[in-house]
Design a protein around this ligand. Structure first.
Ligand code: HEM
Length: 955
């Protein structure tokens, strides 16, 4: 019967062509897929939108098929074009412009569309805690399984029981007791970095570098060492591979979230798989070796892997069942996560902390004070690190303003009521940590200010009654590595603060943006200054950089001139020293006494030619106290109070004790004007304001009532690209100021003076200028004549001024000797440029365009030696005397040292005159040399001009 019924059906089927069936099945499958897609991209979003809007939620309308992703990218692009002013911490609109706009338009609970998935942004601390507590397990993390396979999902990606098990196994590895054992690894990585930075410092104690990649390398090193101790080198390779993976993810993020994209055979996917294969094989090797060693009874290592394996083994043994612990594959996955979760976030925290402390030197000082009082110059230890209160407050405030993870995101797994709204399954809940941290309703009106003291009584008291601080997340899935990260950050910052002062460099652009974590978009260019320390106290400091410097110094005791020039270009700033051929080997070094010295190798020992600080009495760091300055223009430098100030204690001051410094004679008002003080070494603790013209810099200071001084320089000569302006402003006390000769480190300081009304001052100044103009024009002709008459003398004075700065030597003229006896060949760069027709080939030094020696020699040869006599001395000196001096001078500078007269003969000839002096031969520094001689010189490998730099830390 059955056969009879089925027989015709089978026949019918058999008669249908197979291709037709195949097409039918294919069409059905396609139809089903199309239906699914349509549901995903159209019906479901529309349905969910209706449900959400019906409960009063406002936000953007769903747009098929990409939702708000287009707007998101567009607004990011626009916002990222505009950097923020320095010290502006109101960053939400730049970092998350779409979110900022949506929240402003639709309120603190706002709907938007992540492709076809509805996303509800909630800025509410209580809701955040509820969602993150996830009591009923109805919220889950977003999943990108393909990506997780390559980067490692590990603990951060698991849900349910698997997460519970892994968290239980991993937890012990992050206990404080275990972290204590990792501190040596933290400090040795940091020591490497800090020592490298010390080497980068120029001889003036400055260096500018992008600390962001430096700190990424550091945190990668730390994870490598703390995770794999002895297999540290292999760990480094893993870190490099993971860093490459991260870069690929960042540059392809947009495509990677498209389902199925990661399976496509693209170049990028292929490279990522290749790197993953290598990475897993290294990890498998390390783990295999370690497991084997543990089986052989070797002790557990004090690294993350050792602790993880120990915990994993006890899990297995405790239950007596293998399989309760993690598999090797799972351990590999967790190790990968250490790198991703730990490295990026911590390096970002450190980077922002350096940037922010560079912008707020007053907090940097407080942090340094605390560090020095706890550790001095010693390596920070666990107990000390646990007691760093100020630093903790600073780190919290940085984490508040610049949280590395700006968002916490979850997805409803089932229908769930939260904050009075019932969310269906598959809705993204976005909890913007950044916006919560910048909410004035929670933190008060000073929310965008950097005020670490708000955390003085702990996190719970920092905000207006609501606990709303989530840099490490919240609830059961709170960051497992937060103690690790904070200890690491404290160690690194302590070691940096022990060695350096830093400020943001003028090339830094304040442009925070988010690519996975919150990054500084154009790097974190920080200018490091080394201090010469004596124990915990700074000994001396150079002034802020004022632009290109070329300095020539006559070293009297070697009869050579050594030139120092500081070169600044896009990549680096460095100082070069050059010595003439034949000069003795020369080196610079920082001594144990805290003196920076230039030394020359003479008579089988190093002889000090110059040193800094040159006069310990007054030039020591902050010697004249707050608002006092060291007047270096006096024969005996001494302390003075800046204009508008008087000694805080006259009695102390008169006894030569200046530490209390000076106080204002009159309190400052907002309308007070500025007095210009030329030739000053600018005080310490300045704030750098980028991209300001001189007028804007002045306006920046005068518009801020707490600004007490400003200084401005245009560094365009030293910088090829980037912001060439250097506007410094000061608030608070002015420390370590000097009055100096007009040198490479002095500049005009504009000091706000009580009672000097800006308007009146301007008028007074205008009047002064007018009077001056009249005066100047009336006596101009007189001056012109005087200049002509006293040309020689004036030249001498100016050169002397340019010559002696920064360093001194006991043999320098001017220190007890009669400076007027000397006129050294020191020239400003402008003079050299003009004289050599911008260094043209035809005007080489010594070959026509430039050089006194050359001119004197030529005039001598041409029989015009009489013309050499300066007319200004014609009345007071005999021509014969002048000619004798010139003759002897030419003899003394002959190229061949053996032909030069001994000093005794010179003195004798000067006193008695001599008709028997030989004719001078060509002088040194003369352009003509025999080719043979040149060839010979070039073939000799000598180290005469190589300067040995030694940085020695003061004890
Ligand atoms: C300043 C540094 C750090 C910050 C700001 C940070 C932030 C966070 C945040 C916000 C979460 C929660 C994510 C969520 O719930 O969606 C998290 C989880 C996690 N973090 Fe960190 N983290 C830091 C350092 C570290 C370090 C150094 C490690 C490891 C060495 C680490 C390992 C993890 C892991 C494994 C998770 C997942 C925990 C779980 O789901 O149970 N983190 N981190």
């Amino acid at each position: 019967m059955k056969t009879m019924v089925l027989g015709p059906t089978f026949e019918a089927v058999a008669s249908v062509p197979w291709s037709f069936v195949a097409y039918g099945v294919l069409s059905l499958a396609l139809l089903w897929q199309a239906g699914r897609l349509l549901n995903q991209l159209w019906w479901r979003p529309r349905r969910l939108e209706r449900v959400l809007r019906s409960q009063g939620l406002r936000g953007t309308l769903y747009r098929f098929p990409a939702g708000d992703l287009g707007d998101y990218a567009r607004l990011n692009k626009e916002a990222w074009l505009k950097p923020l002013p320095l010290r502006c911490h109101d960053i939400s609109a730049r970092v998350a412009p779409f979110l900022d706009k949506n929240v402003r338009e639709h309120g603190k609970t706002a709907l938007s569309w992540f492709g076809p998935t509805p996303k509800v942004t909630i800025i509410d601390a209580e809701v955040t805690k509820d969602v993150m507590s996830n009591k009923f397990g109805h919220f889950e993390k977003l999943k990108f399984p393909e990506l997780a396979k390559l980067l490692g999902g590990g603990l951060a990606g698991h849900e349910g029981e698997k997460w519970v098990k892994h968290r239980r196994i991993l937890n012990p590895a992050f206990h404080l007791e275990k972290l204590k054992r990792m501190l040596p690894a933290f400090s040795s990585c940091c020591e490497d970095m800090v020592s490298r930075w010390v080497e980068l410092l120029g001889t003036d104690g400055y260096c500018e570098l992008d600390v962001w990649p430096e700190l990424q390398d550091l945190t990668g090193d730390v994870i490598s060492r703390t995770a794999f101790s002895s297999s540290y080198q292999e760990g480094r390779r893993i870190f490099k591979l993971q860093a490459e993976q991260a870069e690929r993810v960042i540059s392809n993020m947009g495509k990677m979230i498209i389902p199925g994209y990661m399976s496509l055979p693209t170049e990028n996917n292929r490279k990522m798989r290749q790197a993953n294969k290598e990475l897993e094989s290294i990890l498998r090797d390390i783990i295999g070796r370690r497991v084997e060693a543990m089986r052989q009874g070797e002790g557990i290592k004090d690294d993350l892997l050792g602790m993880l394996l120990e915990s994993n083994m006890s899990e297995t043994d405790g239950d007596g069942q293998a399989g309760m612990g993690m598999t090797i594959e799972e351990v590999i996955d967790e190790c990968k996560v250490f790198y991703f979760a730990g490295m990026e976030t911590t390096s970002v925290l450190l980077t922002w902390t350096m940037i922010v402390l560079g912008m707020h030197p007053e907090w940097q000082d407080r942090a340094r004070e605390e560090v020095l009082s706890l550790f001095g110059k010693d390596k920070p230890d666990y107990e000390g690190l646990s007691r760093l209160k100020m630093m903790t407050m600073i780190l919290y405030e940085v984490l508040r303003l610049y949280p590395p993870g700006t968002l916490l995101v979850r997805k409803t797994y089932k229908e769930m009521e939260i904050g009075g709204v019932t969310y269906p399954a598959s809705v993204m809940i976005e909890l913007p940590v950044l916006f919560l941290h910048h909410d004035p309703d929670i933190w008060g009106n000073d929310v965008h200010e950097f005020r670490p003291d708000r955390f003085a009584d702990g996190i719970s008291k920092a905000s207006n009654g609501t606990l709303a601080f989530f840099p490490f997340g919240w609830g059961p899935r709170i960051c497992i590595g937060q103690n690790f990260a904070l200890f690491e950050a404290k160690m690194v910052l302590s070691m940096i603060l022990q060695r350096f002062e830093f400020e943001v460099a003028s090339s830094y652009t304040h442009a925070p943006h988010t690519v996975m974590a919150m990054h500084p978009m154009h790097g974190a260019q920080i200018k490091l200054k080394i201090f010469i320390w004596n124990g915990m106290l700074p000994v001396a400091r150079s002034g802020p950089w004022t632009g290109l410097m070329v300095e020539g110094q006559f070293l009297n005791n070697t009869s050579v001139i050594y030139y120092r020039s500081v070169i600044s270009n896009e990549e680096e700033i460095y100082a070069t020293y050059s010595l003439p051929d034949g000069a003795a080997p020369t080196r610079t070094q920082l001594t144990y006494n805290g003196e920076y010295q230039v030394e020359s190798w003479r008579s089988s020992q190093w002889t000090i030619l110059a040193k800094w600080p040159n006069n310990k009495g007054c030039n020591l760091y902050g010697y004249c106290g707050p608002n006092g300055y060291c007047d270096n223009t006096l024969a005996y430098p001494m302390c003075n109070c800046l204009n508008g100030f008087q000694p805080t204690s006259l009695e102390e001051w008169n006894k030569g004790r200046f530490t209390q410094g000076c106080r204002r004679k009159e309190a400052l008002g907002c309308d007070d004007g500025f007095l210009s003080l030329p030739g000053m070494k600018s005080p310490d603790k300045f704030i750098l304001v980028a991209n300001r013209s001189f007028t804007e810099c002045a306006a920046e200071c005068s518009s801020n009532c707490s600004c007490v001084a400003y200084a401005y320089a245009n560094l365009s000569t030293s910088r090829i690209k980037g912001d060439p302006t250097r506007c410094l402003v000061w608030t608070g006390d002015l420390i370590d100021t000097e009055k100096r000769e007009d040198d490479g480190f002095s500049e005009t300081l504009y000091l706000r003076i009580a009672g000097l009304d800006a308007g009146t001052w301007k008028k007074t100044r205008a009047l002064k200028i007018a009077l001056l103009t009249v005066l100047v024009s009336s006596i101009l002709s007189g001056i012109f004549l005087a200049c002509y008459k006293f040309k020689g003398t004036m030249k001498r004075t100016r050169r002397k001024k340019l010559l002696f700065y920064g360093m001194s030597t006991s043999e320098e003229p001017g220190e007890g000797n009669s400076a007027q006896d000397f006129e050294f060949p020191f020239f400003s760069l402008d003079d050299i440029v003009a004289a050599t027709n911008n260094f043209s080939e035809a005007c080489k030094i010594g070959q026509g365009g430039f050089g006194k020696v050359y001119k004197v020699w030529n005039m001598w040869n041409e029989g015009k030696s009489k013309d050499l006599a300066d007319p200004s001395i014609a009345d007071t000196s005999l021509l014969d005397e002048v000619l004798l001096c010139n003759h002897i001078a030419l003899l003394c500078i002959q190229e061949n040292p053996d032909e030069r007269p001994l000093m005794s003969s010179v003195v004798f000839a000067l006193e008695n005159g001599s008709n028997t002096l030989p004719a001078p031969n060509q002088p040194a520094y003369f352009g003509q040399r025999s080719n043979e001689m040149m060839q010979l010189r070039e073939n000799i490998q000598n180290s005469i001009n190589i300067v040995t730099m030694t940085a020695v830390e003061g004890r």
